[in-house]
Design a binder for this molecule. Sequence first.
Ligand code: KIV
Length: 289
Amino acid sequence: MSTTFQLDTATSRANPTPQPMKRLTVPAIKRRKFEGKTEQPLVMLTAYTARQAQLLDTHCDLLLVGDSLGQVIYGLPSSLQVTLDMMCAHGAAVVRGSYHSVVVVDMPFGAYEASPQQAFAAASRIMSETGCAAVKLEGGVAMAETIAFLVARGIPVMAHVGLTPQAVNVLGGYNARGRSQQEHEKIIADGQAVEAAGAFAVVIEGVIEPIAIALTQSLEIPTIGIGASAQCDGQVLVTEDMLGMFDRVPRFVKRYEEIAQVIGKAAEAYAEEVRARTFPGIEQTYQPK
Ligand code: KIV
């Protein structure tokens, strides 16, 4: 089944796909790093809805349906409460709204850690219900067996090491990782383990920069940094963070816009016009012919 969907403009506000374009593939993403170098850094942003995917798609190589949607979309306290149902619904919307980027969907907490078999059941459901190209899971050495199991059964896996938000209760918070020698060595070992297990790329989140540089230089697969280093083979950010939707964002986020202010001003103007009965105006009302 094709994962490129033409939206029905008769019933949707969404723009149609201008012309179906060949979607990037997981092997093409992997090949962008050649002999240890990535000439063109990989661009990844999170997307949770069809319209957001449409707006981001042509600018990105990868769209990540991150479990950060728990906090960003659902107002949950962490990603731990995110369910497989949520990931499937949002993953399918993002695939419908995109035609160029590789769509990667996060495996939610509790859906894959128990065994490779449990992970296969969750990942195969995500892939068949959403049409995404790959799944992402958190963990290094501890998840290597699971990654190998999934890849051997046709499921491309993006790994995620360093600050792994699903382990917030073990880590004790969202601070940068790798400041002790022991933790530094563990994160390097995690990166090496996921590559050996067959992951096609690895997200390195919230680590001191020398770790991100060392992994980028030593791994053959692309590294995608978030709070890591500009020397990674690519970067990812939570779209709402870089758009300025939230007051509080991690230190590693650069705000490229102040969208919260734009929305606030528009809502204020609308409220004033409703209260003054100047909206709807003649252009927005239907008159008898
Ligand atoms: O859930 C997410 O959005 C992520 C990124 C921050 C890498 O995992």
